[in-house]
Design a binder for this molecule. Structure first.
Ligand code: SF4
Ligand code: SF4
Length: 258
């Protein structure tokens, strides 16, 4: 195996659930750290307290624009990282930091908390609240293979990462800057990919989505184009490339973790 990749972990505004999900890889995390990843910066797991120059940075949490230090830390993370990964719903679209205050229902209340791609260019989204431990592990392994692997491994890593790399630049279906219900309709529902799970309706902070007969319906006049539904949809990053190469991708990940 080639050299390890260097990894940073910038922790902004969130509940720390993504850190817990990363740690929930247990032995897999130790294998990652042992063989593939040199953890250069992470407030909870590494001694370094300042953003370091790294190959890949994971960013957990949204960025509060009233917090100068957080804004600077995010910008420095971007400057010092080859690849920036928005880890989890708060970094991807704001999630609870932007839409929940003191109640069970989402409320659009905290406009100061922004998805990180509103301030810096983001290369990869890992959606979910929190993302699964396996998903975080798989992205870390695939980032390694993309940067250090053989030609065949780079191709598999590209197939795996491509839909996650498309998520930060979504939001073109109706001209919104973040993905919205139009994107969900165009890229998921109209493609026959919807599994009727209801995650989009549950995530919508303004109750613009209802479910009838297992199919989401959007009230477009209510939509504030926040991206929550698209990011929480398990099919928004579905990829036929991944399905076609599923066994080879799975084998590459499992082999790497041996
Ligand atoms: S439908 Fe709801 S969750 Fe989706 S973008 Fe619009 S406001 Fe956000
Ligand atoms: S989250 Fe996605 S898959 Fe689930 S109901 Fe909504 S559109 Fe369908």
């Amino acid at each position: 195996m080639a050299d390890k990749i260097t990894l940073g972990y910038t922790h902004l505004s969130g509940c720390t659930g993504c850190t817990v999900a990363l740690a929930d890889n247990y032995a897999g995390l130790l294998t990652l750290l042992d063989k593939y990843v040199d953890l250069k910066y992470m407030p909870t797991l590494a001694d370094a307290r300042h953003v370091q120059k790294v190959d890949v940075s994971f960013v957990e949490g949204s960025v509060c624009i009233n917090d100068k230090l957080a804004v600077e830390e995010l910008k420095e993370t971007r400057e010092k990282s080859t690849i920036v990964v928005a880890l989890g719903g708060c970094a991807c679209y704001g999630n609870i930091t932007r839409f929940c205050r003191g109640g069970q229902q989402n409320q659009p209340a905290q406009e100061a908390y922004l998805p990180i791609n509103e301030l810096v260019k983001v290369d990869v989204f890992i959606p979910g609240c929190a993302p699964t431990p396996q998903m975080i592990r798989n992205v870390a392994v695939m980032a390694y293979l993309l940067l250090k692997g053989t030609k065949e491994q780079k191709d598999l890593a590209t197939a795996f990462l491509k839909p996650l790399m498309a998520l930060p630049v979504q939001g073109t279906a109706c001209g919104a800057s973040t993905a919205c219900f139009c994107d969900l309709m165009t890229n998921v529902i109209d493609q026959g990919l919807c599994i009727g799970c209801g995650s989009c309706a549950a995530a919508c902070p303004v109750n613009a989505i209802t479910h009838e007969y297992g199919k989401p319906q959007g009230e477009r006049d209510l939509c504030i184009k926040c991206g929550a539904c698209y990011n929480q949809c398990p099919r928004s990053w579905f990829s036929f490339d991944v399905v076609e190469n599923y066994e080879a991708i799975n084998e590459a990940i499992m082999a790497a973790l041996q």
